[in-house]
Write a protein that binds this ligand. Structure first.
Ligand SMILES: Nc1ncnc2c1ncn2[C@@H]1O[C@H](COP(=O)(O)OP(=O)(O)OP(=O)(O)O)[C@@H](O)[C@H]1O
Ligand SMILES: [Mg+2]
Length: 505
């Protein structure tokens, strides 16, 4: 007889429905799994065999064939252990056939305990969309599975408990929906940053419009400190955004079982020795890269010129499209990667160029060579270029405490509310992502603004892309100001943030 058990698989970061068909037939005892299984799936045979024996059920003495449908799609990982286990016992009449609206995922240990798996959230979402009503997952993943909503989730501790539940002897209780605790630990606050008014203003503009930012300054000026405080002034994520990025983290194996939903925007800061693959993702098991883990959040590249050239080049396309294309056997796959880029660098190799102490020992040629390491196309994609000078002694000793992140966030939220209304129904969420027609519609300049732009364009040798980026930033500055139109002073500030001496060579 054939028993079909519903399950789920992962294709990149998206879940899809899988059926495990178990067939017992006469002939010499054997156990085959078909449907393009990888080595881990094939090894399910050994885990299932041991788990069946250890839970006291009878292992069928027949020729066993398991087909994982759709059979043309490659199956990877260990989530199919549980559906195969259930199918096998049901085919051997040790269990009643599972309900049609039930689905199973989970890895078995030889003792019959269930082990947590990765990617549960996207699989639970796919289950819900496929009409599944009951989802059985390892106990460790139960909280995560409830995030999908619309499912009765059973967290299974071990196969013995599952067998008793399915036989109706002792029911498992459904997992309760996971909700975040009211008090979340706060990240670092802008209150700690003394002085640096110009850089603080740039950070606020970047947060308000979702713009990319480059901080340039001597060691100890507070660049890393400022960058780490960007998430504290970014608007809260919507539920959809949080689910999207939590799903990516789950596939990467970074989900916290106790706290499966990311409620704060991610902040990723890969080391400068990271490879291009670590940034963009890929590999045989398709691990999302840093730029996908930073989706809906911030990617911080500290010491920008130290990154390998190919790493920076690999980010060019994602910065433009918000997705990254990774090659894999049998085709390519697109992963979401809409992140806000923040970079920090010293102005030269020794780091002290422009410092009042005059300690810099680099020649002009050396400075030019150092700056050249970051390519023009990447710089062109960064909207705000900000000089972060050494903090003056007077600012450090000032009595009054600087403005807190909460106060800045209020202004950012107000500016974002204007943008949300402006872009309603277009899929665009902030000024930084405006398309060319939107720029034409929302970034009109008056006569004086037009003249200012023309002179900057010619004087600074701007590209068409940087021209558009300046207009997006100007739109954000006007939004922070509560202005309907971009006025010349808004534009002037936007232009000034693209005009750092050091990058002019
Ligand atoms: N504006 C500031 N207000 C208060 N403290 C500051 C400020 N700038 C720097 N500091 C102090 O100096 C330390 C180093 O700052 P930070 O790491 O941000 O410097 P940096 O500009 O990133 O330097 P580097 O170029 O060496 O990476 C901070 O941890 C903080 O204690
Ligand atoms: Mg630093």
């Amino acid at each position: 007889m054939v028993v079909t058990v519903r399950s789920l698989g992962l294709n990149g970061i998206a879940g899809y429905a899988v059926s495990a068909e178990c067939f017992l037939s006469g002939g010499l005892p054997a156990f085959d799994i078909v449907g393009l299984p990888d080595a881990a799936v094939r090894e399910a045979r050994e885990r299932v065999r041991a788990a069946v024996k250890n839970c006291g059920a009878k292992f069928p003495v027949s020729r066993i064939t398991v087909n994982l449908a759709p059979a043309g799609q490659k199956k990877a990982g260990t989530v199919y252990d549980l559906p195969i286990f259930v199918g096998l016992l049901a085919a051997g009449r040790e269990l009643p056939p599972p309900a049609q609206q039930a689905a199973f995922i989970g890895e078995l240990s030889l003792t019959g305990a269930l082990r947590g798996v990765t990617g549960v959230l996207p699989m639970a979402l796919a289950a819900r969309d496929a009409g599944v009503k009951e989802l059985y997952v390892p106990a460790e993943n139960a909280a995560e599975a409830t995030l999908a909503g619309g499912l009765t989730v059973y967290g299974v501790p071990d196969v013995g408990a599952l067998v008793r539940h399915l036989r109706g002897e002792e029911r498992l209780s459904p997992a309760s929906a996971w909700v975040p605790e009211a008090e979340e630990a706060a990240g670092p606050d802008l209150r700690d940053v003394m002085g640096q008014e110009n850089a603080r203003r740039a950070l606020e503009i970047a947060a308000a419009g979702g713009h990319n930012l480059l901080l340039i300054g001597s060691p100890g000026a507070g660049k890393s400190m400022l960058a780490k405080r960007l998430p504290s002034i970014l608007p809260d994520m919507s539920r959809e955004e949080a689910l999207e990025v939590s799903g990516i983290w789950s596939v990467a194996g970074l989900a916290d079982p106790q706290h499966p939903l990311l409620t704060r925007r991610p902040f990723r800061s890969p080391h400068h020795t990271a490879s291009a693959a670590a940034l963009t993702g890929g590999g045989p098991l398709l691990r999302p890269g840093e730029i996908s883990l930073a989706h809906n959040g911030v990617l911080f590249l500290d010491e920008l010129p130290e990154f390998h050239r190919d790493v920076l080049e690999a980010m060019r396309q994602p910065l433009e499209d918000g997705t990254v294309t990774v090659a894999r056997s049998g085709g390519t796959l697109h992963l979401p990667a809409r992140f806000q880029l923040v970079c920090a660098m010293n102005p030269c190799r020794c780091g002290w160029r422009g410092h009042p102490s005059g300690r810099c020992t680099c020649s002009d040629r050396e400075v030019a060579k150092y700056v050249e390491k970051i390519s023009g196309p990447l710089l062109d994609r960064i909207d705000l270029h900000v000089s972060v000078p050494a903090v003056e002694y007077a600012s450090m000793r000032r009595k009054e405490t600087p403005e807190s992140s909460a106060d800045v966030k209020c202004r950012v939220d107000a500016a974002r509310a204007v943008q949300t209304a402006r872009f309603a129904g277009t899929g665009v969420t902030c000024n930084a992502h405006m398309t060319a027609p939107m720029i034409g519609q929302f970034c009109r300049l008056d006569h004086a603004g037009d003249a200012l732009m023309k002179s900057a364009f010619e004087r600074m040798g701007l590209t068409a892309r940087s021209h558009d980026r300046i207009l997006r930033v100007a739109r954000t500055i006007a939004d922070l100001d509560g202005a309907a139109d971009i006025r010349p002073e808004h534009l002037a500030e936007a232009i000034q943030f693209r005009n750092t001496d050091i990058l002019k060579g």
